[in-house]
Ligand binder design. Structure first.
Ligand SMILES: Nc1ncnc2c1ncn2[C@@H]1O[C@H](COP(=O)(O)OP(=O)(O)OP(=O)(O)O)[C@@H](O)[C@H]1O
Length: 420
């Protein structure tokens, strides 16, 4: 017997153009019209429109995710174009969130894009992330990673986190809704959070940045694409709901390895059953918690109360030209680097030596403890660590570090300065 009763047609909610555009993925087993409609109704927020965020955004927009938020406080620079594939030469200097939004509109005008051009901080994270179903961590610093994880736990949302450096990358979804778990408790039905895996941040000297260590653009492309794929699988129900940590090494054979993750840590202060009240972690100073150099959204003075310990390149130039008593400059790079180039009249105390004895640093011949002292390095990270150490060791008077280091000096003050 054939079933001759009329089939119940789903109310068509996609336009004819949508069927043409998304047909190749809609014919996949397990995806179908239903999968496309789920993407259509979904909202995803991407924090960081850099090396990971650009490919992730591109594939999520192309796949037809209905609403996409893009949060990034930085502007496009020429050195970004090697891997941040949504930005262009013509958009150097404009905010990355706006540049990415423009690229997405050109790719898929049906996607609703919400660009946000300020940094995600403990003060605004709940408000900025709450409207979305799923969060992508495409950032490059530990304070933001802990902040995103804690906020995702608090909001009960999955966090697809990517990382890439040099030839290597990592992918993990935190707070993943589990499928093969019959626990009744909603909180227990989620996978581990970032704090479960990394209860303590690594020592600052072990957490290098792409700016310092380099990264191959295609590596961020691989990880960013995997983040988009993971998000699509979760949103359409194709994900197996088993948390794992995927490691990628471009030079390894095989290049991919993955480890299964166990349940969340019972004692995790963010999400563990025995921890503090779930999702109610009290952390607010994520930068202090992680130690080390401040991320650029703090360093550039984008957060209240951080400006007074820093000086910009043009201000330093003016202080050197006009001060009655010439301020001293302390260069904390290695002796080799100092030998290549330095601002005339600078003293050199390499950062390691300075940290071993911060109380006497900066006191060159003929100087007094209260003199103005400006600390410089190549990029503006070690100089912050130096200033913090000197202050903690009781140094008084004006002690500031140069924002963006000698690279900023070469960019903004002395174009012929031979910084490498
Ligand atoms: N708290 C934050 N809020 C918003 N965006 C963030 C935050 N932390 C980092 N980001 C953004 O994440 C992105 C990380 O991408 P990536 O490391 O490729 O870029 P980059 O910082 O421009 O690189 P480089 O360090 O080489 O200059 C950056 O665009 C950065 O501005």
């Amino acid at each position: 017997m054939f079933d001759t009763s009329p089939s119940v047609e789903p109310a068509p909610q996609l336009s004819l153009e949508d069927y043409r555009r998304y047909g190749r993925q809609m014919i996949l087993d397990g995806f179908g019209l239903e999968g496309q409609l789920k993407l259509h109704q979904a909202s995803v927020v991407i924090v960081g429109a850099g090396g990971l965020g650009c490919p992730a955004l591109q594939y999520l927009a192309a796949a037809g995710v209905g609403t996409i938020g893009v949060i990034d406080h930085d502007v496009v620079e020429m050195s970004n174009l090697q891997r941040q594939v949504l930005h262009t030469e013509a958009r150097v200097g404009i905010p990355k969130a706006l540049s990415a939004a423009e690229a997405i509109r050109q790719l898929n005008s049906h996607v609703k894009v919400n660009p946000v051009t300020i940094a995600l901080t403990a003060e605004n994270a709940l408000e900025l992330l709450a409207p979305y179903d799923l969060i992508l961590d495409c950032t490059d610093n530990l304070p933001t990673r802990y902040l995103l994880s804690d906020t995702a736990v608090q909001l009960g949302k999955p966090l697809v986190s990517g990382a890439a450096q040099q030839f290597e990358g990592q992918l993990c979804t935190y707070n993943l809704p589990l499928k093969d778990d019959c626990e009744k408790n909603e909180e227990a039905r989620r996978g581990p959070c970032f704090r479960c895996l990394f209860p303590k941040p690594p020592a600052p000297e072990l957490a290098g940045s792409c700016e310092e260590l380099g990264v191959l653009g295609a590596v961020t492309g691989v990880v960013g694409n995997l983040q988009a794929l993971e998000a699509i699988k979760i949103l359409t129900g194709l994900h197996d709901g088993k948390p794992s940590l995927l490691m990628f090494s471009a030079l390894g054979m095989p290049p991919f390895r993955s480890v299964k993750l166990r349940a969340k840590r019972a004692t995790c202060p963010a999400c563990g059953i025995e921890g503090a009240k779930v999702g109610k972690i009290e952390e607010t100073d994520y930068v202090a918690f992680c130690g080390g150099g401040r991320p650029d959204w703090v360093a550039k003075g984008l957060v209240e109360g951080t400006r007074d310990s820093r000086i910009r390149a043009k201000e330093l130039k003016s202080a050197l030209d006009h001060a009655e008593r010439r301020p001293r400059i302390l260069d904390v790079r290695s002796r080799t680097e100092f030998g290549i180039c330095h601002i005339p009249g600078s003293m050199n105390v390499p950062i390691k030596e300075l940290l071993a004895n911060p109380s006497s640093a900066g006191l060159g011949a003929g100087s007094a403890d209260g003199d103005e002292l400006y600390v410089v390095c190549r990029l503006g990270n070690d100089s912050q660590v130096a200033v913090d150490a000197m202050r903690s060791a009781g140094k008084t008077g004006v002690v500031k570090d140069l924002v963006g280091g000698l690279q900023a000096w070469a960019r903004e003050v002395d174009k012929s300065f031979p910084i490498y």
